[in-house]
Design a protein around this ligand. Structure first.
Ligand SMILES: Cc1ncc(COP(=O)(O)O)c(C=O)c1O
Length: 412
């Protein structure tokens, strides 16, 4: 991808999906927390790989196989560098869910003992909760849920008082997909390290919006999804600290071709290099190339600029939505990243979303895979407007106009 200085308020034309109209209106996409749109360069990179380099990696001596292997290796390097990690610290997965399951099956299954504790929070996406429910069922470990404050932030006081030597893993989202709350990783890790617990951070909603420097963070694992950060669906990653890989505390959880060193009828030995040891079977090279291109695209904008842009939109959305008396914003007003969620007085979230859709505005309504949080607050469903680099204040103005229609339809 050629180097080009990009102004963040001008990137929308890079995303071909916005050429279309939805329900006769220009598309206003406010559902990026579910999945982001893709710039043309990412779509082109995938197509270019299939047109020029498609062959299976590692297994061939022929030129095309070499080309494909190079594309795989270079893409791994680009993605690892984007996250401030070493290439060997990146395990390629399909998404965040698979990455979290990787920690469960590759580390926790061998390390959790009956009676030990996995600490998660009330805010977690189901993929960072159900996985641990299941792993605790298998190992006899126990789950403890860190509660939330009345505005929905992690109750760090409770965490400080309740973390003890029995806690072996603290597994928390960096940014909540339901309420946008940003977790203070410094506080979380200082307390976890005092009791010797491992730390898994679900970066699904932070990776698209803010700089992440994995090697500087005092955490063990970070999970992310490519499709939420302008990359293709079906590709993501788990970053694992080198020490856990070198010491083989983190083990492969998928077995088969590609990851072995030798195989006899009775047993197999595995590749020394962790990049290979964790790649069982034919990988999705084209999607990894697409994700690496998305990382380059974001780097050209600059992740600090991406974050500042997000904060401008979040603040503007909070301010605008705060002016509608029927709207009740849920979650905190500060330390909020990527999205704003709300309730609309006496109108179901799905009805609001449907009326907005009829005007070409895509928002998400429901429990956002955080049922315990919604049950705790007594919300059957919330409406979430979420942002990415292509959104501007104009999109939030369109949302405001869309909500005026809700008022007109329901007479509220
Ligand atoms: C915080 C969080 N964790 C995990 C996930 C699961 O991501 P994926 O479906 O890409 O595995 C999501 C998806 O919305 C999320 O928002």
């Amino acid at each position: 991808m050629g180097v080009r200085k990009m102004k963040i308020n001008q990137v929308k034309p890079d995303f071909p999906i916005f050429k279309q109209q939805v329900n006769g209106q220009p598309l206003v996409y406010l559902d990026s927390a579910a999945t982001s749109q893709k710039p043309q360069v990412v779509i082109d990179a995938i197509s270019h790989y299939y047109q020029t380099a498609n062959a299976n990696v590692h297994r061939g001596v022929h030129t095309l196989s070499d080309k494909s292997t190079l594309a795989w290796t270079e893409s791994r390097q680009t993605i690892a560098q984007f996250f401030g990690a070493k290439p060997n610290e990146l395990i390629v997965t399909r998404n965040t869910t698979e990455a979290i399951n990787g920690v469960a099956y590759g580390w926790a299954l061998d390390h959790l003992k009956p009676g030990q504790v996995v600490m998660v929070s009330m805010l977690e996406h189901h993929s960072n909760l159900v996985t641990w429910q299941e792993m605790c069922r298998r190992t006899g470990a126990l789950i403890k849920l860190i509660p939330v404050t009345p505005v929905g932030e992690l109750d760090l006081d409770w965490y400080g008082h309740n973390i003890d030597q029995q806690v072996k893993l603290v597994a928390l989202s960096h940014v909540s997909n339901a309420l946008g709350c940003l977790t203070d990783l410094d506080k979380v890790s200082k307390l976890a390290r005092k009791v010797g617990a491992r730390i898994l951070i679900d970066g699904a909603q932070s990776a698209p919006h803010m700089p992440i420097d994995f090697d500087k963070l005092d955490i063990d694992f970070l999970a992310f999804s490519g499709h939420k950060m302008l990359g293709p669906m079906g590709i993501g990653g788990l970053l694992v600290k080198q020490e856990l890989l070198d010491s083989h505390q983190m083990k492969p959880w998928l077995f088969g071709g590609g990851m072995i060193a030798s195989v006899s009828p009775e047993k197999a030995t595995f590749q020394d290099n962790s990049a290979d040891r964790f790649t069982a079977g034919t990988p999705d090279v084209a999607s990894l190339v697409g994700l690496a291109t998305a990382c380059q695209y974001l780097s050209q904008i600059g992740m600090q600029n991406v974050f500042n842009h997000d904060q401008t939109l979040v603040e503007y959305a909070l301010e605008q939505l705060g002016q509608i008396k029927e709207v009740q914003i849920v979650g905190p007003k500060t330390n909020r990243v990527g999205s704003v969620a709300f309730l609309y007085k006496d109108v179901h979230a799905h009805d609001v979303a449907q009326i907005l859709d009829s005007q070409g505005i895509a928002v998400r309504s429901g429990h956002h895979c955080t049922m315990p949080l919604h049950t705790h607050f007594g919300w059957s469903a919330t409406i979430r407007a979420s942002f990415n680099v292509y959104n501007t204040k104009t999109d939030i103005n369109a949302l405001m106009a869309g909500l005026a229609k809700v008022k007109a339809v329901f007479g509220k």
